[in-house]
Design a protein around this ligand. Sequence first.
Ligand code: SAM
Ligand code: DTB
Ligand code: SF4
Length: 331
Amino acid sequence: MTVRNDWSREEIQKLYDQPFLDLVFDAQRIHRQNFQANSIQVSTLLSIKTGRCPEDCKYCSQSSRYDSKLEAEKRIAVEKVIAEAKAAKEAGSSRFCMGAAWRNPHERDMPYVLEMVQEVKSLGLETCMTLGMLDQSQAERLKTAGLDYYNHNLDTSREYYSNIITTRTFDDRLDTLDHVRRVGMKVCSGGIVGLGEGKQDRIGLLHELATLPIHPESVPINMLVPIEGTPLANVDKLDTTEWIKTIAVARIIMPKSYIRLSAGREALSDSDQALAFMAGANSLFSGEKLLTTPNAGEGKDKVLFAKLGLTPEKPKPTVTELSVDAMAISA
Ligand code: SAM
Ligand code: DTB
Ligand code: SF4
């Protein structure tokens, strides 16, 4: 199956507007042509610097502009990050994603994040970071340290974007994605639904993602987690079906990308989650917490996986683990 980067908005709209069951059926068919059925990639998130962010993203608990009652935390120690990463690996995660409430990393933060990447990578976990905007040299240094993925979301359509964020532009976001791509790092980029946007904006977001020169390897589709004190605290809740449709269309137009059921999973029933997997979601965040909000813990996910017959993708073995295996075979 060929991967296309020339989708038109009309084609995407047509996919989105199909009868729901036709759309989900199509998405699952395409999913099975490109991925192993019943296998889910599991990532764990950790906030390495929480709150007091200068940006004005209207959904976010971490913006200093809103009174979200979040307790801010300075950079946490690298040792603590390593301990959390080890625990995540033991619990079955294959990727460890570290997030910071920054507009962009300052030069003084670089040694801290670079050391962290090296250490987490040496545990045999895939590494991911989300630190805000990156310049070309920062992307280069993160790649050299062993960073596998960089998460930077487009969040919503170009047209709706300025209703949500004014402190950085849509094109700033595309520039960061371009810097990440140029150094050969994998891209994790998606958006949020339920921001008060219309269907055309969900289609616009999907169109932007699917017409990037290379599709993001990982596409998180978040559902707004309303945060008290933020401008979007009381926005009307989006029907879950629209979230599932967004996932299904993403699966069809970006057939080789991992589509991640992200923030908002707490609000989904087990059967809604099953429907999201049916629609082609094959990745999720596990653990008790996302960055600042609660998430389904590992225990809950184990039960869900057993109920649905899903298997977590295995973390890649470390070099040491590989050589121990090789010795066992040759003995
Ligand atoms: N500060 C960095 C940045 O914005 O690039 C990294 C962290 S930021 C929290 C990562 C992403 O989480 C955002 O782009 C947004 O898509 C998602 N997110 C943040 N708060 C959310 C919320 N309340 N509900 C759903 N998704 C949210
Ligand atoms: C993404 O798209 N979703 C994750 C991850 N990338 C960094 C973050 C979700 C955050 C949800 C709100 C919170 O916990 O603060
Ligand atoms: Fe800051 Fe990221 Fe939250 Fe925006 S989404 S306010 S940049 S932490």
